[in-house]
Design a binder for this molecule. Structure first.
Ligand code: NAP
Ligand code: MG
Length: 404
């Protein structure tokens, strides 16, 4: 069988630890035998980030803007322990943070449902997609430790040179302060990305903030969403038979738990970070979640939502067997290949992505799965396999479907 041809390269961002091991195996076992893969490769492994003083991360973000589609492996965000482990000269920023800041946009995360894995919330029969705003707030903050007796104020110098100040606090004891910002333009594109995704997938859009407490900051988000919805989307939503509604984050959390799923929950940056972990875990596993960053100018970065699975990596280094779930990494690849196919008009590449995803689901539903799913699956004939065996089993399923 001849390999599927590509036109434009994917931006390939390699990463760290167990996911780096999986990355190579996914390519060797499930991509390279079928696709004449074209990528522009960026090694975002921590060693390379240190060597390049993190320039490699900025370069990979620029390449993503240039080509339009990237696929990213999980990467280490350095903390104090990593400083020693990797002999770092600086605690480099989270690559995801850097890339999101460069591309702006919204991260959509949706669980991958399989037979045999019942969500912890059994009423969730349909997926809940989290749309996480990927710009600003606490991820681009300025913080200070403040000494007792200090007075902290917000100071804004306007274009005409005049100044506006507001008291934050007069400190009678030691304390801390934090400055946050966001941009109308970024919030607007977040809103449009969510409404478009709702129309594309025919799902309701929910949006929640804490506007009762944050009467200017969070309220601005609420107002921008409302205005864009009224002016640009209301008619389209009504025609599609879907709904947009806004509610307080507390109320949203309560409604989500009682719901059946099947909608998009738009969240501010921090809320989306936290809630997507909660949603992923409740649906069964962090490794059964797709994640894509969509920028306002139509640039896509596909990734796994989980980390580098450090504990498994140390077992792997000791020569012990691992049973690490590669599904999220695989879906990052299929998402990126399908989008590349769509943009370049390559139907064969798109259909390969569909078939590979189906082979992954079919393999798990036939009872072959990694340890994380084995623990929670209710299938009677389930069998736990190791990291590589799972990928080989998917290849077998895929080959059968390609030959039939
Ligand atoms: P993690 O890598 O997501 O793993 C946490 C635990 O979740 C694992 O120990 C494992 O549980 C389970 N798990 C996660 N992914 C799994 C998979 N694919 N298959 C099976 N089990 C899986 O989070 P972490 O250990 O907190 O973070 C490790 C590193 O990842 C950190 O350096 C962090 O900075 C980085 N990180 C990167 C990203 C990203 O690049 N997107 C996101 C988050 C964290 P058991 O050990 O119980 O099996
Ligand atoms: Mg998180």
């Amino acid at each position: 069988m001849s390999k599927i041809q590509m036109k434009t390269p994917l931006v390939e961002m390699d990463g760290d630890e167990m996911t780096r091991v999986i990355w190579q195996q996914v390519k060797d076992i499930l991509i390279l035998p079928y696709v004449d893969l074209k990528t522009e490769y960026y090694d975002l492994g921590l060693k390379k980030r240190e060597e390049t003083k993190d320039q490699i991360t900025l370069d990979s973000a620029e390449a993503t803007k240039k080509y339009g589609v990237a696929v990213k492996c999980a990467t280490i965000t350095p903390n104090a322990a990593r400083m020693d482990e990797y002999n770092l000269t600086q605690m480099w920023k989270s690559p995801n943070g850097t890339i999101r800041a460069a591309l702006d946009g919204t991260v959509f995360r949706a669980p991958i449902l399989v037979k045999g894995v019942t969500p912890y919330i059994p009423t969730w029969t349909k997926p809940i997609t989290i749309a996480r705003h990927a710009y600003g707030d606490v991820y681009k903050n300025t913080e200070m430790v403040v000494e007792k007796g200090s007075k902290a104020e917000l100071l804004v110098t306007k274009p005409d040179g005049s100044q506006e100040t507001a008291l934050i606090h007069e400190f009678k004891g030691d304390g801390i302060i934090q400055g946050l910002h966001n941009l109308d333009q970024s919030i607007s594109s977040f809103a449009r990305a969510c409404f478009n995704f709702g129309l594309d997938t025919k799902q309701d859009v929910w949006f929640s903030t804490k506007d009762t407490i944050s009467k200017k900051y969070d309220h601005r988000f609420k107002d921008i969403f409302a205005e864009i919805y009224e002016n640009e989307y209301k008619d389209k939503f009504e025609a599609a038979g879907i709904e947009y509604f806004y509610t307080l984050i507390d109320d949203a959390v309560a409604r989500v738990i009682r719901s059946n799923g099947g909608y998009i929950w738009a969240c501010k940056n921090y809320d989306g970070d936290v809630m997507s972990d909660m949603i992923a875990t409740a649906y069964g596993s962090l490794a059964m979640m797709t994640s894509v960053l969509v920028s306002p100018d139509g640039v896509y970065e596909f990734e796994a939502a989980h980390g580098t699975v450090q504990r498994h990596y140390y077992k792997h280094l000791k020569g012990e067997e691992t049973s690490t779930n590669s599904v999220a990494t695989l879906f990052a690849w299929t998402g990126a290949l399908r989008k590349r196919g769509e943009l370049d008009g390559l139907s064969e590449l798109m259909s390969f992505a569909d078939k590979l995803e189906k082979a992954i689901i079919d393999t798990i539903e036939s009872g072959i799965m990694t340890g994380d799913l084995y623990l929670i699956s209710t299938l009677e004939n389930k069998k736990k396999v190791n990291t590589t065996e799972f990928l080989e089993a998917v290849a077998e399923t895929l080959n059968k479907s390609l030959n039939s």
